[in-house]
Structures are given as structure tokens and as C-alpha cells.
Design a protein around this ligand. Structure first.
Ligand code: ADP
Ligand code: ADP
Length: 232
């Protein structure tokens, strides 16, 4: 699904050069649930943004589902991102003045779907995360756990093969965090590959595989692909 070899990322400003990724090797198989851990500033978010085609990289190679990402122009890259990838963030990133239905609809509008197909996907996704009765609520009317569920629905509505999660439980208390983690596990068991950055060792331990990033590199052997990764 995802093959990164020697990926580097340098941020340059007039005064400083930051080597956010030094030579990152990572292979993730279809259907895996991978947790990414590491100290603050080690490059986890940079890795996730590159994996999700939100950011370009400086060197190395990256194949996503067999496609050489470095060969794609801007248009092809955003098409591939819209088609294959869903994101969730620590801060949910819901649009405050749209209700849940319209929040989930927002990314679908870029995909040229009919309004009836969009409606069906929105209702399905919100129902799947347990918010089927709250489609007309606004984010401010919901708890943090519910807002993160809505953000997960927005990601799922596009039927992504790969779900990228940056500290998805970082703003939640431990009970809500556990319930969001259970939802992610269920989504993974239904076939979506998940890569999740987390500081929470308890959640990381529940993933199939842990990848530890230090100083822009993957550090340990446990980061090899799991021998058995496919789930029914
Ligand atoms: P982590 O997610 O592990 O905390 P990041 O990927 O956010 O780490 O950051 C890795 C390094 O790259 C840090 O030194 C950070 O300051 C730097 N960095 C991240 N984004 C930018 C940016 N847009 N411009 C300059 N430096 C950045
Ligand atoms: P779940 O873990 O199932 O997503 P939560 O733990 O997020 O549920 O919320 C539990 C209940 O508390 C919800 O039914 C929600 O309505 C209510 N709640 C918690 N915080 C808020 C809030 N800030 N505004 C409105 N309702 C809230």
C-alpha cells in the first residue's frame, strides 16, 4: 500500500535549514493498523503529511498503491489524495458554521458526485459513527468525542483505502479516547489501512504494529511489516 524508501524532507528558511526527515524507510501493507510514536519534533507530522500527499518531500522515493508519487503533478496528486486518503486531526478541524451533514458533505463536493449519492454517503457515514440522529447539529453542540466521530465520518464518506490520523485522541479524555480507538479498530477490521500518530502508549499498544520515529528516521526492527497483516 505505502512504500517509502530514504525519504527526506528539508524545510528551508532564509536563516535555518531543518532536516525534518533524514532518511525514512517504511512499508505498510494493505489492511494494517500502524501506530507511529516518537518524541516531539521527531518528524511524525511531517511523515503523515507526506504520506497523505499534503506536503512534498525533498528526496527518496514514495510509492502509494503502486503509484510513484514524485512523478505526479499537483492536479494528479490532489486527485489521488481525494480518491484514496482520509484524514483525522487532533483538533477535529470541523467547520464551525456548518452542521454535521454539511461538514461531511464538504469534501464530497469536490468529487463530482450527484447530490443523491452524496446524501447517501453522508447518512451512511454519520450512522456508522453513531451520529445518525445528530446530522443537523453544529460542532459546538457536541462533545469532543462526538466531534471526533463526525470528523471520522467525514473521512469515511469518501471511502478511503488509507486513513491517516494525527493524534486523534489528543484532545479527548481517556474514556472518549478509548471509544474513538474502538471505532478506528472497527473501521480497520472492515478493510481500511490506518496509520495513527499517538503519544498514548496504551493506544499504540493496541495497534498491530508500532513504528518509532526519532530524528526523522524509523528506529527499530519492530517496524518491519507484520508477518500476518490481512484480516478477514
Ligand atoms: P512531530 O510531529 O514529531 O512533533 P514535526 O514533523 O511536526 O514533528 O516536525 C519535525 C521538525 O520539522 C521540527 O523540527 C519542526 O520544527 C520542523 N518543521 C515542521 N514543519 C515545519 C515548517 N512548515 N517549516 C519549518 N520547519 C518545520
Ligand atoms: P461518545 O464517547 O459516545 O462519543 P461522549 O463521551 O463524547 O460520547 O459524550 C457523552 C455524552 O455527553 C454525549 O451524549 C454528549 O451529548 C454529552 N456531552 C458531553 N460534552 C458535551 C458538550 N460539550 N456539549 C454537549 N453535549 C456534551
Amino acid at each position: 500500500m505505502l512504500h517509502m524508501q530514504g525519504v527526506t524532507k528539508v524545510y528551508r528558511t532564509e536563516l535555518v535549514e531543518t532536516h525534518a526527515l533524514r532518511s525514512l524507510d517504511l512499508h505498510v501493507r494493505d489492511g494494517e493498523f500502524v501506530a507511529v510514536t516518537g518524541p516531539s519534533g521527531s518528524g511524525k507530522t511531517t511523515f503523515l503529511n507526506i504520506a497523505g500527499l499534503l506536503e512534498e518531500f525533498t528526496g527518496g522515493s514514495y510509492l502509494l498503491d503502486g503509484e510513484d508519487v514524485s512523478k505526479l503533478g499537483d492536479d494528479a496528486r490532489s486527485k489521488l489524495r481525494n480518491r484514496k486518503i482520509g484524514f483525522i486531526f487532533q483538533s477535529f478541524n470541523l467547520i464551525p458554521d456548518l452542521n454535521l451533514f454539511d461538514n461531511v458533505d464538504a469534501p464530497l463536493r469536490y468529487r463530482g458526485m450527484s447530490s443523491s449519492e452524496r446524501r447517501q454517503r453522508i447518512e451512511e457515514a454519520l450512522t456508522r459513527v453513531g451520529l445518525g440522529s445528530r446530522m443537523r447539529h453544529y460542532p459546538s453542540e457536541l462533545s469532543g468525542g462526538q466531534q471526533q466521530r463526525a470528523a471520522i465520518a467525514r473521512a469515511l464518506a469518501g471511502s478511503p483505502r488509507l486513513l491517516l490520523a494525527d493524534e486523534p485522541t489528543g484532545n479527548l479524555d481517556s474514556q472518549m479516547a478509548r471509544s474513538v480507538m474502538e471505532l478506528l479498530e472497527e473501521i480497520n477490521s472492515q478493510g481500511t489501512t490506518i496509520i495513527m500518530v499517538t503519544h498514548d502508549p496504551e493506544l499504540a499498544a493496541r495497534a498491530q504494529r508500532n513504528v518509532h520515529i526519532v530524528d526523522g528516521m524509523v528506529t527499530d526492527l519492530r517496524s518491519e511489516p507484520a508477518l500476518v497483516s490481512a484480516r478477514p
